[in-house]
Design a protein around this ligand. Sequence first.
Ligand SMILES: [Zn+2]
Length: 373
Amino acid sequence: MNIFDIKQNNRKKIYFYIRKNNLATRQEIAYNLQLSLPTVTQNLEYLVKQGLINSNCKVSNNSGGRNPVAYSYVADAKVAIGLDITKHHIKSIIIDLDGNVVKYIYKRQDYRRDDEYLKILGETVEKIIESVQLDNKKILGVGIAMPGLINQEEGYVVDGRVIDNTGMSCKDFSKYIPHPTKLIHDSNASGFSEIWMSSEIHDAFYISLCNSVGGSVLLNDNVYMGDGLYSGEVGHLNLIPNGEPCYCGQKGCFDAYCNAERLAGYTGYDLDLFFHRLGQGDEKLQKVWDEYLDYLTVAVNDIRMLFGCTVILGGYVGAYMKDYMDVLYKKVDAKSPFGEDTSSYLIPCKNKIESVATGAALHFVEEFFRKLC
Ligand SMILES: [Zn+2]
């Protein structure tokens, strides 16, 4: 580690100490981080100048002396924008450095592979920025999440059969977005947002039950990318040899049995209505749901055997799972080869509708923390 690294490291330590404690004095920081007072002072001045922390007067001081200056964390010193693109909608979100939602906008908009659609994307970003009169200098970047196999390093869609985006690049999608951008695979975005919000979980497998089924391997609070393309692509785990056709061209994939449309298709592609009628005791839907859970049980069991970690049920269907976990636990318990208690590792997602957009935005928050100062 050279002098520059040490200096940068100290600055990060101080910044994260204040972030964690929210309010801290110079003396506290120096004592707890084992740094000299001049080092702490110099860094605090820098961080205040950058607008990343504020200096306030501490309210209570029992010693009777001068009130020591306390420093507080500024969560909205920077913000990031996330877009969630699907076949029928664009969701946009602004989050601050704590992951708090500053603004969320849902727009019903069919995806189209043309310039008009790219303009709409640009307008969507512009609109959400204007809606909160955001200072452009605060914007870290725009994470753009979508279905498809994405080469994140090179920034293009390798296989995009779900919404016809194969071959499109980050440059294409950001043609009308004048900010730094990044393409992110939708399941990786939602999986990441889930683990980011769960301080008690560091490793997990996230199953995304959307109109296509995906997944994300989360290791040490990060997305495990494997060689870059297929990590977590559980939608194409073969559940039934020679089973029902999948959009990938194979037969019997997990996706073909557990995508959200498989349920919504019974209620005019309205998933909310499906669960509403299910809740009212509709017998036909009860049977459909029971069968769905049987297939999900096989996948959950396979994933648990592969990774042995927490398994999170997310995506559109995951958002409704809370009320049905006991039924699912019984089904998975019955298939467990080691008599394991399923409720000890299988959980429904915390984030609901905005998780993909949030995860896409979080990419820029994490990058900011990594490169801090
Ligand atoms: Zn498939």
